[in-house]
Design a protein around this ligand. Structure first.
Ligand code: IYR
Length: 227
């Protein structure tokens, strides 16, 4: 096995004051983020979406295999299909599949099977997780490459995606219709890709509301353990 090729790290050490200022400013901006379900139809400058995906694609991933694909849907006809398929699954979920305790946990959010945002939001980013990929070999054959920690990797990428979209003044919804297999079919994705998360992106409707319960974040004492 060839030895790893290494390069010196380019690192600019901030002063302690700069570190605190950056850390506080980022915390303040991220604390304002809300999951939004009521979107305006205003279009979104496409470079904002591209840059968010560029940012997501900087995420660390298992063996740096980058097991993700981000499909951006802005075609109204495709959004309509996605909505119809999602609502079909969601009706089944809310009316039959969801256990009582799951519905109780969701009650404070006020969600239901109607997903108009899938058509109203100017764009949907559908994140896919690749559990494996095919590597082209010099002899023309293909080798199947296993992806390690694919779920963790795509989760990290989606976190960066949400942060980027929030920081440039857009709102998002992390939507997980269940099951999500229909997204692979509608979007014509290959069989190594599993839908991971569906993220409507845009501007909030003028009178958009968010559930008060979702604003409650656990205090630091409940989430930080120092050893
Ligand atoms: N997928 C459904 C239900 C749902 C599930 C969870 I967990 C949520 O945090 C919110 C909703 C829906 O989107 O309505």
């Amino acid at each position: 096995m060839a030895p790893a090729v290494m390069q010196f790290l380019e690192f600019h050490r901030l002063t302690p004051d700069e570190q605190l200022a950056q850390s506080r400013a980022f915390l303040a901006r991220m604390s304002e983020r809300r999951t939004v379900r009521e979107f305006s139809a205003d279009p979104v400058p496409f470079e904002l979406i591209e840059n968010a995906i560029r940012t997501a694609a900087t995420a660390p991933s298992g063996a740096n295999l980058q097991p993700w694909t981000f499909v951006v849907v802005s075609d109204p006809a495709v959004k309509k299909k996605v909505r119809a398929a999602a609502e079909k699954e969601e009706r089944e979920f809310y009316e039959h599949r969801a256990p009582k305790e799951w519905l109780e946990a969701l009650a404070p959010l006020g969600t239901d099977p109607n997903k108009p945002f899938l058509e109203t939001a100017p764009c949907l980013i559908v994140c896919f997780q690749q559990n494996w990929s095919l590597r082209a070999e010099p002899d023309g054959s293909e080798t199947k490459v296993k992806h390690y920690y694919a779920t963790e990797s795509v989760g990290l990428a989606c976190g960066l995606l949400l942060a980027s979209l929030h920081l440039c003044g857009l709102v998002t919804l992390t939507h997980t219709p269940s099951p999500m297999g229909f997204l692979r079919e509608i979007l014509g994705r290959p069989k190594n890709e599993l839908p991971f998360l569906l993220i409507p992106v845009g501007f909030p409707a003028p009178e958009a509301r968010t559930p008060v319960a979702a604003r409650n974040k656990k205090p630091l004492e409940q989430v930080l353990v120092r050893v």
